[in-house]
Write a protein of this length. Sequence first.
Length: 112
Amino acid sequence: MTEAIRSMAILQPHPGKELEMVAFLREFYSMMYNKKYSRDMLFRDQKQTHIFVHVRLWRSPDAREAAVNDPDVHRYWMKLPELGTVTTIYEDLEAVFSTERSVVVEDFEDGI
């Protein structure tokens, strides 16, 4: 079984675009899920409510490659800058520890 790729991004909506950006991301994430590319989660910082954290679990390297070449995905990526700024991106996070088994595959028997 191919291990999922974990990615994370920090997003800041443009002033007055928060609701539109969240609606847009819901639509985008649903499309990605329906095409079996990824599972996505969006969080808002409760102290800095203008900061959103996006976590993506790509289904596989092949799914990520298919998404990169999908014109439907490109349409979303092209519209995102109209709604906000991606301030930080982590493309491929290595799982080290989690109490959620689906997040970390226990293959660290040889150490890190």
